[in-house]
Design a protein around this ligand. Structure first.
Ligand code: 9D3
Length: 254
C-alpha cells in the first residue's frame, strides 16, 4: 500500500516511519510512503503557503491555490482519496483503519495549527479524520497514527506470531494480563493456572480476565459487543465475585 503525505514539516516524519515495524515494512516493499512539502507548491518567490483569514481573527489559513496545486500534482489522474487530518474530522477508530487498509493508496493532508481554505475542504478533500478530542500542534502526528494503524493490518507487515494474537478492539475486549519468568518475584506469584500447561483452562482464565478489565475500564466496549455463551457465563461469574466482595465489605463496615 502507498501513502502520500502532504505537510509543511517533512522532517517530523522520518523517525516514526523508519523505525521498527513500519521501517521493516517499507524496506520489504509492503508499504511505501512519499512525503511532500506543501511549500514546494507555492510559486511566489517567498514561497508563501498561508495568509490571514477574510473577516479577521487570529491564526492563519493555508492558501487554496497552493493546496489545490499540491493535491492535484500528487493525485495525478488517479482517484486516490484525499484525507484531511483535522480536529473537526470523524473520529478515527479500528473499524476505519480496517476500511482504509483495503485501499491501494491514500493521500493524507496535514495542516499545522491552522485551518485550510474552506474551498479546498469542499472540492479537493474526500473526508476528514481526527484522532481524538485533544488539541495538537498539527496534523502530522495524526497522519502518522493513521499510517501506523493501517499499515500494521496489511498482510505480512506483522510477524506471523503477532498477527495471530488477539488485539484489543479487534475482538471488542481489552487484553488480559501478561506474566513472564520468574514465577515468583519478591513474593509476587504468577497465577497458578498459567503454569499448569492446561491450554483450555488458560484460555478460559485469559478470556475471563479480559472481560474483567473491559468491564472495569471500558464498559462502553462491553455494551457494544456481541457476547458468546461462554462470555456470558464468565461475566455472570464476575458479577457473582463482585457481589461476594460487596458482602465482605458490608461485613467490614459493620
Ligand atoms: C480548535 C481548532 N482551531 C481553532 C482555531 C485551531 C487548530 C488547533 C489545532 C487547528 C489545527 C490544530 C492542529 N491539529 C490538527 O491539525 C489535528 C488534530 C488535533 O489537534 N487533534 C486530534 N486530531 C487531529 S487531526 C489534525
Amino acid at each position: 500500500m502507498h501513502f502520500d503525505i502532504l505537510t509543511l514539516f517533512p522532517e517530523m516524519f522520518s523517525g516514526p516511519l523508519s523505525a521498527s515495524i513500519l521501517g521493516k515494512a517499507r524496506k520489504s516493499g509492503l508499504v511505501s510512503v512519499d512525503i511532500w512539502n506543501i511549500r514546494d507548491f507555492a510559486l511566489d518567490k517567498h514561497r508563501i503557503v498561508d495568509d490571514t483569514p477574510y473577516g479577521g481573527g487570529a491564526g492563519m489559513v493555508l492558501k487554496a491555490d497552493v493546496l489545490a496545486r499540491a493535491i492535484e500534482s500528487v493525485r495525478g489522474d488517479s482517484d486516490t482519496p484525499v484525507i484531511y487530518m483535522s480536529p473537526q474530522g470523524q473520529a478515527f477508530n479500528q473499524q476505519l483503519a480496517e476500511q482504509l487498509a483495503k485501499l491501494p493508496r491514500l493521500i493524507l493532508l496535514s495542516g499545522h495549527y491552522e485551518e485550510i481554505d474552506e474551498r479546498v475542504r469542499q472540492h479537493w478533500v474526500d473526508f476528514e479524520l481526527s484522532i481524538g478530542d485533544y488539541v495538537l500542534t498539527g496534523g502530522e502526528l495524526p497522519a502518522m497514527v493513521v499510517v501506523d494503524a493501517v499499515a500494521r493490518l496489511l498482510p505480512g507487515v506483522l510477524g506471523d506470531e503477532s498477527s495471530f494474537r488477539q488485539d484489543s478492539f479487534q475482538d471488542g475486549l481489552l487484553d488480559h494480563p501478561h506474566y513472564t519468568r520468574p514465577a515468583e518475584f519478591r513474593g509476587l506469584h504468577v497465577p497458578e493456572v498459567l503454569l499448569s500447561g492446561h491450554h483450555e483452562r488458560i484460555a478460559r482464565y485469559r478470556l475471563k480476565e479480559a472481560l474483567r478489565r473491559t468491564l472495569e475500564r471500558r464498559p462502553d466496549l462491553l455494551a457494544k459487543k456481541e457476547l458468546s455463551t461462554e462470555e456470558r457465563r464468565l461475566l455472570r461469574e464476575l458479577a457473582e465475585e463482585y457481589s461476594a466482595e460487596g458482602r465482605v465489605n458490608d461485613n467490614e463496615s459493620d
